[in-house]
Design a protein around this ligand. Sequence first.
Ligand code: CO
Length: 149
Amino acid sequence: MQRALLLVLGLTLPGFAWSADNCSTDIRGTDQMMFDKDEIIVPASCKHFTITLKHPGTLPKEVMGHNWVLSETRNMQAILADGIAAGLEQGYLKSNDPRVIAYTRLLGGGEEDSVTLDTATLNADGDYQFFCSFPAHSVLMKGRLKFGT
Ligand code: CO
């Protein structure tokens, strides 16, 4: 009986277990149209990895919207082009785009959002880019994500 209860608690508290293993990170997207990181390392020991995007600015998302989108580098330009076509209401992302590995919603100043990756979807030798899909922001707002080392 007690073992069963502990098992249930373990299954319902996965976020606690991940954060204890450095399997999460924060990234900020500012009113100056910058991310505060240009590289994110996902440790190979993490089964899941959570990215929390924070927008510490004051500008609304219509003017200075930021999201955090992850894809293989070779797919980034096509995702951006389709995102512009999708428009602000869709968060500048085509819905159900299979080339997008993970994404947060589009944020304005004072907002935050998190997304959790299943690292089984990543390859150690993969070439991954994260970026903001708001029109033209990826010129400055992009970086590398590496899995493993
Ligand atoms: Co942006």
